[in-house]
Design a protein around this ligand. Structure first.
Ligand code: PEP
Length: 258
C-alpha cells in the first residue's frame, strides 16, 4: 500500500444477514477498531438496512455503502435505487459492476460505467469492480478482459470528482471460492491497472490521478491472508464478502489495512 493513497476495507454483505446481525455486528466492529488508523471501513448491507446502519455508525472511520446504484437519476425503474436516494440514506460509497451483477443481471461494462457516472455525479464514491473468470485467466486473456472493462470507465477520469473513484480487482474465480489470488498475482494485476491509469491520466492532462486512486483487492480475503495481500505496493485495501459477516474476521482484516 502506498502511504499517500486512501486505504479502504469494504464489506459486501450481498443478500446475507438480517436486522439482528446488523445490530450485533456493526457495534462489535466499531468497538474493535482503534479510533486512529489509516483505513476507512465501509459496510455494504442489503439496501433495506442502509438507513438503520447509518444511525448505528459512531466510529469516525466507518461509512455506509450501497451494493449497487441505478444509472438513472429518477423515473419508472421498478426496484432500482437512485444515487441521490443512497446519499439520503447515509451512503458515502456505492459498489458498481460486481461480478454477480454482471453475471446474474447481464450488466455490461457500459452500464457499469453509466452507474459509476451516476454515483460520482451525485456525490457518492463509486467502487468499480473488474475481474476475469477462471477460463479467461487460463486462456491468457486476463488483461484483455480487464482492459476492456476499464476502457468502458475511462471517460470517468475526466469528471471533476475523478479523484474519488475507487477500483476493485476481483478475480471471479476467487470470489466466494476460498481460492484467493496470491499476493503476487494480485500485485501483478494491480500494477497493470496502475500503468493503465497512468497512461489514461497523462493523456487527459491529469497525471497525478494515477497515483491517487485506490485499487482494492477482492476474492476470499480473510483474516489470515489479508496482511500479505495488503503488503503489496499497489493493493490499497480489500472488498470483502463472506468474512465481512463475522466481526472478528472483519476487524482483523481492517487492522491489516491500518
Ligand atoms: C465479493 O463478493 O466481493 C467477495 C470478494 O466475496 P468473498 O470475499 O466472499 O470472496
Amino acid at each position: 500500500m502506498s502511504p499517500s493513497r486512501p486505504r479502504i476495507v469494504a464489506g459486501n454483505w450481498k443478500m446475507h444477514g438480517s436486522r439482528a446481525l446488523l445490530r450485533a455486528l456493526v457495534p462489535a466492529v466499531q468497538q474493535g477498531l482503534p479510533a486512529a488508523g489509516r483505513c476507512q471501513v465501509v459496510f455494504c448491507p442489503p439496501a433495506v438496512y442502509l438507513g438503520e446502519l447509518a444511525g448505528l455508525l459512531q466510529h469516525p472511520r466507518c461509512a455506509v455503502g450501497g451494493q449497487d446504484v441505478s444509472a438513472h437519476v429518477s423515473g419508472a425503474y421498478t426496484g432500482e435505487l437512485a444515487a441521490a436516494m443512497l446519499l439520503e440514506s447515509g451512503c458515502r460509497y456505492a459498489i458498481v459492476g460486481h461480478s454477480e451483477r454482471r453475471r446474474y443481471h447481464g450488466e455490461s461494462s457500459e452500464l457499469v460505467a453509466a452507474k459509476a457516472t451516476a454515483a460520482l455525479s451525485a456525490g457518492l464514491l463509486p467502487i468499480i469492480c473488474i475481474g476475469e473468470t477462471l477460463a479467461d485467466r487460463e486462456s491468457g486473456r486476463t488483461w484483455a478482459v480487464l482492459s476492456a472493462q476499464l476502457t468502458a470507465v475511462a471517460e470517468l477520469l475526466q469528471q471533476p470528482r475523478a479523484s474519488e473513484i475507487v477500483l476493485a480487482y476481483e478475480p471471479v474465480w476467487a470470489i466466494g471460492t476460498g481460492r484467493t489470488a496470491t499476493p503476487e498475482q494480485a500485485q501483478d494485476v494491480h500494477a497493470q491497472v496502475r500503468n493503465w491509469l497512468q497512461e489514461q491520466a497523462s493523456a487527459i492532462g491529469k497525471p497525478m490521478l494515477a497515483g491517487q486512486l485506490p485499487i482494492l483487492y477482492g476474492g476470499s480475503v480473510k483474516a489470515d491472508n489479508a496482511a500479505a495481500l495488503m503488503a503489496q505496493p499497489d493493493v490499497d485495501g480489500a472488498l470483502v464478502g463472506g468474512a465481512s459477516l463475522q466481526a472478528d474476521e472483519f476487524i482483523a482484516i481492517c487492522r491489516s489495512a491500518d
